[in-house]
Ligand binder design. Structure first.
Ligand code: HEM
Length: 223
């Protein structure tokens, strides 16, 4: 295989890895937010969800295995790392590349390029904030629940991490899935681009609302 072919082949694998890991993370994120939103239905509902995630139904004393949550945190961390490594070579890391991007955007003001810039910027935000969240959760999985989570968010001030993280992930995930659909989807997806874009915006908006409502719903449980 010639060097050019090898490079193209490698680039193709990077692209596929980025899309697959991105879609897996987006699905995880949306499922996870629905689970966190159980707090909107009260303390009992969230306790039930937290205990079920810890597989309490498998343990004789009903306490479950909080370490399962730590294992999930490590797996999510590894998938995130794969996603970052596959994506980082596309970022305009030096000033020259950033200038070239700005010039390009002035020449061709395409809305999808603007979306890409948002995706890159929110990606950097996630890169800074997500490790903190995974560490907080993964190192103390037994604290997850209405009182423990409320304590963390409101008494320990972790809302200052969750609020920007929520905005970053909900923009990033929906834009990412939209781009995957356009990139790998059939011609139909491209023809329905405007419709899919609207759905993307609604998805981001709804999940941000649910996330904000959940954060506020923890407040009365903070001791
Ligand atoms: C093992 C993996 C994860 C677990 C067990 C987990 C668990 C939780 C829990 C229990 C909360 C509620 C607050 C708390 O107790 O601190 C929370 C909030 C949050 N998590 Fe995660 N999380 C995980 C991974 C992630 C990932 C990968 C992302 C983003 C890509 C994420 C984004 C968020 C956001 C934005 C909030 C705030 C939610 C809101 O606004 O209501 N989490 N998470």
């Amino acid at each position: 295989m010639s060097l050019t072919k090898k490079i193209n082949y490698f680039g193709g694998w990077l692209d596929v890895s980025q899309s697959v890991s991105g879609v897996v993370l987006a699905l995880f994120l949306w499922t996870h937010l629905v689970l966190v939103a159980s707090i909107l239905f009260g303390a009992e509902a969230m306790t039930f969800v937290a205990k079920t995630m810890e597989l309490s139904f498998l343990s004789a004393d009903g306490h479950g295995y909080p370490w399962v949550v730590s294992v999930i945190a490590v797996v999510v961390g590894v998938i995130t790392l794969v996603h970052v490594l596959a994506a980082v070579h596309k970022l305009p890391l030096n000033l020259q590349q950033q200038r070239a991007l700005r010039q390009q955007m002035q020449v061709i003001a395409h809305s999808d390029t603007r979306l890409w810039v948002w995706q890159a910027a929110t990606g950097v935000g996630i890169l800074l904030l997500l490790p903190l969240h995974l560490w907080l959760i993964g190192s103390a999985p037994e604290t997850i629940g209405p009182v423990g989570s409320a304590d963390r968010i409101w008494n320990d001030g972790v809302w200052m991490i969750y609020l920007p993280l929520l905005l970053c992930v909900e923009l990033h995930a929906a834009i990412g899935v939209y781009r995957v659909l356009i990139k790998w989807g059939s011609g139909t997806a491209v023809n329905r681009r405007h419709r899919i874009r609207k759905i993307k915006t609604i998805v981001s908006f709804v999940f941000v609302l649910v996330g904000l409502a959940s954060l506020l719903a923890f407040l009365p449980h903070a001791t």
